[in-house]
Design a protein around this ligand. Structure first.
Ligand SMILES: [Zn+2]
Length: 222
């Protein structure tokens, strides 16, 4: 799927909603999207009402009464919206007309994800590098892809691999590196309650893994 706009060849990802190239899968059932989003909100609100009630809250209280619906909408429309393939950002590639074949490094992309073991936030920054071949991507699209995969219940290791696999496929280059540094609320506000620790994960593909300088930049060690 290519079309000409001015002198620039734009390539739209025609399998935009397909994630077959991402082999690091979230543990979803095959029927995960048989129920539409509005029905999911209603069903989750009903269940969350039970949780609030079991905790002993008065559901007629002004402050609490809409909480089940608020939480359900937040799950489906905001914090877990990256589960639904139809929410994948539309990606447009540009032909690499300026023949830029050296690493492009995008640093400190903020993201909020959610631990799939406790459903509490994982917050951090992503450092990304890719070496363009035939195509380049608008920088903000890298941010949008990071956040699409972040907005799911996740483990950080899988999130890292998903972002790398997506960028490698989308940008048609194997030379991709991803490093995520994040704090996990399940470590800081429960369990060991260790405030201030962070978790660093990374995936280096193609030429990137042999480039010690780039690896250091991505890991934030220089
Ligand atoms: Zn956790």
């Amino acid at each position: 799927m290519a079309k000409l706009k001015g002198n620039t060849l734009l390539v739209k990802e025609n399998l935009n909603n397909s994630n077959h190239h991402v082999t690091a899968k979230n543990p979803l059932r095959d029927d995960a999207f048989d129920i539409d989003d509005n029905s999911k909100i209603k069903l989750i609100a009903d269940k969350f009402k039970d949780i609030v009630e079991i905790l002993g809250f008065d559901l007629t209280d002004d402050s609490i009464k809409d909480t089940p619906n608020r939480v359900a909408k937040m799950y489906v429309n905001e914090i877990f919206k990256g589960l639904n393939p139809t929410n994948k950002p539309k990606i447009t590639l540009f032909k690499n007309e300026y023949e830029y074949y050296t690493p492009l490094v995008e640093l400190n992309i903020p993201f909020t994800s959610f631990c799939e073991h406790h459903f509490v936030p994982i917050q951090g920054k992503a450092n990304i590098v890719y070496i363009p071949k035939e195509y380049v991507i608008g920088l903000s699209k890298i941010h949008r892809l990071v956040n699409f995969y972040a907005r799911r219940p996740q483990v950080q290791e899988r999130l890292t691999k998903q972002i790398a696999q997506e960028l490698s496929f989308t940008l048609k280059t194997n030379d991709v590196g991803v490093a995520l540094k994040a704090t996990h609320s399940c470590i800081s506000c429960r369990g060991v309650e260790d405030l201030g620790s962070s978790t660093l994960t990374s995936t280096f593909l193609g030429q990137i893994k042999n480039d010690n300088n780039l690896v250091s930049v991505l890991l934030g060690s220089n």
